[in-house]
Design a protein around this ligand. Structure first.
Ligand code: ADP
Length: 257
């Protein structure tokens, strides 16, 4: 609150990066990284120059989901060169710390974020997607202070427990003047493999939250075992099943970015 009252220090853009978009959720495990990954490859397939920065320092999943394992090379200025897969430049804490648990205190986390943001050759990019840790902690605050953000895409499952925290995070971004792009709902329904009809799993509460926040529910992604499998094998579903309803949902998201 103190920081908000004093106003933010001036943010510095990343050279040759037009828009920086944050993907945020309140809770973990709601599909935020899955959304960030599929959105990134979809935007790339739509002809955009895209980067994906995995700032989820304690639970980086982008290397697995994007099938990237090599430690990034550095150029003559000691800047990291993000490895590219599916047309997307990727960097993740998971690539810098190859094995073992990441047990860091706040200052180390902040310097790691700085290295990912400033210590890499990102440009030229149309969009840099930033996958964030759950909640509204240091990383979120640091991002809003350090770089100009074009918008935040919210991801949630349709449960009050998840939406409540997502809404709180969204309010924080709003306070800092970052536009809310919309909400992508994940795992509300399943598709019957026989008749292709929608099986609603949860009570419909998302719209109410979206309305209160003043955002639109832009996409609704079904729960589907092949999405999990795609994540686990590093082949994003939106690419594997081009022209499916699933990839169309991501195109819809992409058009709003
Ligand atoms: P978060 O980034 O919010 O922690 P993840 O994107 O890592 O969540 O997703 C958590 C787990 O749920 C992963 O194993 C992922 O494969 C799976 N998952 C995400 N979305 C779906 C979905 N729509 N259907 C099935 N599995 C999903």
């Amino acid at each position: 609150a103190d920081l908000m009252a004093r106003g933010l220090p001036k943010q510095t853009p990343i050279p040759n990066v037009k828009d920086i978009i944050v993907v945020a959720s309140g809770k973990g495990g709601v599909g935020k990284s899955t959304t960030a990954v599929n959105l990134s490859v979809t935007l790339s397939a739509m002809g955009k120059r895209v980067g994906l920065l995995d700032a989820d320092v304690f639970g980086p999943s982008v290397p697995l989901m994007m099938n990237i394992s090599e430690e990034p090379l550095v150029d003559e200025n000691n800047l990291m060169i993000p490895p590219i897969n599916y047309g997307v430049k990727c960097l993740s804490m998971g690539l810098l710390v190859q094995s073992g648990p990441i047990v860091w205190r706040g200052p180390l986390v902040m310097s790691a974020l700085q290295r990912l943001l400033r210590g890499a050759v990102w440009g030229p990019l149309d969009i840099l997607i930033v996958d964030t840790p759950p909640g509204t902690g240091d990383i979120h605050l640091s991002l809003t202070q350090n770089v100009p953000l074009s918008g935040v895409l919210l991801v949630s499952t349709p449960q009050v427990a998840a939406l409540d925290v997502t809404a709180r995070g969204a309010e924080m971004y709003k306070k800092f003047g970052v536009p809310l792009i919309g909400l992508s709902e994940n795992m509300r329904h399943a598709i019957c493999s026989n008749c292709k009809s929608k099986i609603e799993i949860f009570r419909n509460v998302t719209e109410k939250y979206a309305k209160d926040l003043g955002v639109e529910v832009i996409a609704s992604i079904p729960i589907d075992g092949s999405i999990t499998e795609c994540c686990d094998t590093g082949m994003p579903m939106a690419l594997k099943k081009r022209d499916s309803d699933y990839s169309k949902e991501f195109e819809r998201l992409g058009e709003r970015i």
